[in-house]
Design a protein around this ligand. Structure first.
Ligand code: F6R
Length: 600
């Protein structure tokens, strides 16, 4: 949610900021802006819409070496030019960009800023006005910044400019991600290392409630009490090609195609020299010590969790509960005596999951994060981390992270089973290798999915995905993919549940995508298909080799039955992709969404 960049050095700040924002657009894309300093004056350019719209209004002749920028996902106030960041104090001396939510902004307005006339509907403007208020009361800029931060409740990543010290960017963070990048004769600020990979791969991680004074030659990190903190930089191990689309029209298609490669990378990374699957002993000990695992996640990661439960329970024989993060905090079930909490999150930044993490840590429970982003908030704050190694996922719709999450959960299940002396009936390394090959076959069948999408989804208002057992969970993910990028109302249903109400929605031609990949429910799901066909539905059965029948529309290759979700989702991802494309939607940046959901 929202992306921040900053640059201070000798080069053209505008271009670096705009390029950086392009890379952060996945974090929010309803409006954007930059503020640059030229001759002691701040120039602000902001626009509703995408970075391309902003680029079109930036004065290209303006010489500037210092600036900050922002791409927004609206929380307080509609997407508009007025609410777009940067925001300025009344006198124009202070300008800032902010990612996060200030929960007590209204209270602060009433308590400190009654005289101020606000220009926007944002919570952010309160921050910049408070800084000016405290400077007018006689504090220096960093004292005023510090005092303001101490008053804020909520989450923030902030970059601040002061026209009276134009050679400095003031930075702070709490809960929202922010990094400082180091260069020779310049320094940068970014929500994500990807944004500034164009100029540096050396970054310093920032911790909550730290302030950073950034000049072109120096970066000084302090805590809120002004004590200086030293921290070594790290090298961002990102390949520039990982964050480019290359010849692909959309990141989503590239990321779908990367799935076999990611799976092979996971198999390799989690193997020792003898080819045995390994996971840190302390993680496996925590799983063994637990009497129940609680998987907490949101959206697609939650769907991966539903399948993780099947893998872990069938291999390691430990009971698993899967919960939606945003619900768990308000409706905590009766916990077992020795729970272990597993947080699944591609970004590692999802606020709903983090709030549960904070809560269960306070209760004294052990926590494990499964994430794609090393050093992310959920990774830093949990006791243990398992990485997905999927490479940056940029399309808003998650694809390769979902299959990577399932693979890592399967590996966790098997390693825990082996350590508990349970006999496993299959060689997971070998079976995952077969899965990777099958994924490739499916990725090579794009033309077929393009046709199926045109046939079933081009003009429909709604669609149903049905399945039984693990097919039902994959169907839920298929429905989420379809609705979020093509805006077709889609639901994933348990095949047997339709007749208990939802079948009333079936009309002549309603598309029903039915998954039939599980032997023990093959006949019953086909029975459910007959029920909807009798009511006029247009069925598209996707079955697995060995279970296929003549009416099936597509047959996926045979892999170990338990692992079929890793491949049966690929057709659904491709159907969603082509449906969105054919209906003229922006595949990578669907409306109202953002990649990293850092607000609760
Ligand atoms: C859907 C999607 C979202 C995320 C959800 C959780 O395609 O990407 O549903 O899965 O917002 O995000 P993470 O996994 O980053 O916690």
């Amino acid at each position: 949610m929202c992306g921040i960049v900053g640059y201070i050095g000798n080069q053209d700040a505008k271009e670096i900021l705009l390029k950086g924002l392009d890379k952060l657009e996945y974090r929010g894309y309803d409006s954007a802006g930059i503020a640059v300093i030229n001759g002691g004056q701040v120039h602000i350019f902001k626009e509703k819409g995408r970075i391309a719209d902003l680029r079109a209004i930036v004065d290209t002749d303006l010489a500037t070496n210092t600036g900050i920028g922002h791409t927004r996902w609206a929380t307080h106030g509609v997407p508009s030019k007025l609410n777009a960041h940067p925001h300025q104090s009344t006198s124009g001396r202070f300008t800032l960009v902010h990612n996060g939510v200030i929960e007590n902004y209204d209270l602060l307005k009433r308590e400190y800023l009654q005289e101020v006339s606000f220009k926007s509907e944002t919570d952010t403007e309160v921050i910049v006005q408070l800084i000016e208020l405290f400077v007018n009361d006689g504090l220096s800029t960093d004292e005023a910044f510090r005092k303001t931060l101490k008053l804020l409740k909520g989450s923030y990543a902030i970059a601040l400019l002061d026209t009276e010290s134009g050679e400095t960017i003031y930075v702070a963070k709490n809960k929202s991600p922010l990094l400082v990048g180091l260069g020779d004769g310049f320094n940068v600020v970014a929500s994500d290392a990807m944004a500034m990979l164009q100029v540096t791969n050396q970054y310093v991680e920032l911790m909550d409630k730290e302030i950073v004074i950034v000049t072109k030659d120096e970066v000084t990190i302090e805590n809120l009490d002004g004590e200086v903190i030293s921290r070594a930089p790290y090298t961002a191990e990102l390949d520039a090609s990982d964050i480019e689309k290359g010849t692909y029209p959309y990141y989503m298609l590239k990321e779908i195609d990367e799935q076999p490669l990611v799976l092979r990378r996971i198999i390799q990374t989690y193997q020792d020299h003898q080819g045995k699957l390994v996971i840190d002993d302390e993680i496996i000990d925590a799983v063994k010590a637990a009497d129940r695992l609680y998987i907490i996640a949101a959206g697609t990661s939650y769907h991966a969790g539903l399948l993780g439960k099947q893998f872990i329970e069938s291999m390691a024989k430990v009971p698993v509960e899967v919960h939606i993060a945003s619900e768990f905090g308000y409706n905590m079930p009766l916990l077992s005596e020795r729970p272990l909490f597993i947080f699944i999150s591609q970004s590692g930044e999802t606020a709903d999951s983090r709030s549960v993490l904070v809560r269960v840590k306070e209760m004294g429970y052990k926590t494990l994060t499964i994430t794609n982003v090393p050093g992310s908030t959920l990774s830093r704050e949990a006791d243990f981390t398992l990485l997905l190694h999927a490479g940056p996922e940029i399309a808003v719709a998650s694809t390769k992270a979902y299959t990577a999450q399932m693979a890592v959960l399967a590996i966790l299940g098997q390693v825990a089973a082996k350590k508990s002396g349970l006999d496993s009936d299959f060689d997971l390394v070998h079976e995952l290798g077969i899965v990777a090959n099958a994924m490739e076959v499916l990725c090579d069948s794009k033309e077929e999915f393009e046709k199926i999408a045109r046939e079933y989804l081009l003009t429909t208002r709604n669609a149903f995905f049905i399945g039984r057992g693990i097919d039902y969970y994959v169907g839920q993910e298929g429905a989420l993919k379809l609705k979020e990028i093509s805006y077709i109302q889609a639901e994933g249903f348990a095949g047997g549940e339709l007749k208990h109400g939802t079948i009333a929605l079936i009309e002549e031609g309603t598309p029903i995508i039915a998954l039939a990949t599980q032997e023990h429910v093959n006949l019953s799901i086909r029975g459910n298909v007959k029920e909807v066909v009798a009511r006029g539905a247009n069925p598209c059965i996707i079955s697995r080799k060995g279970l296929d029948m003549k009416e099936d529309r597509f047959v996926i290759p045979e892999v170990h039955e338990l692992l079929t979700p890793l491949i049966s989702v690929v057709p659904l991802q491709l159907l969603a992709y082509y449906a969105a494309l054919q209906r003229g939607c922006d595949v990578d940046k669907p409306r109202n969404l953002a990649k990293s959901v850092t607000v609760e």
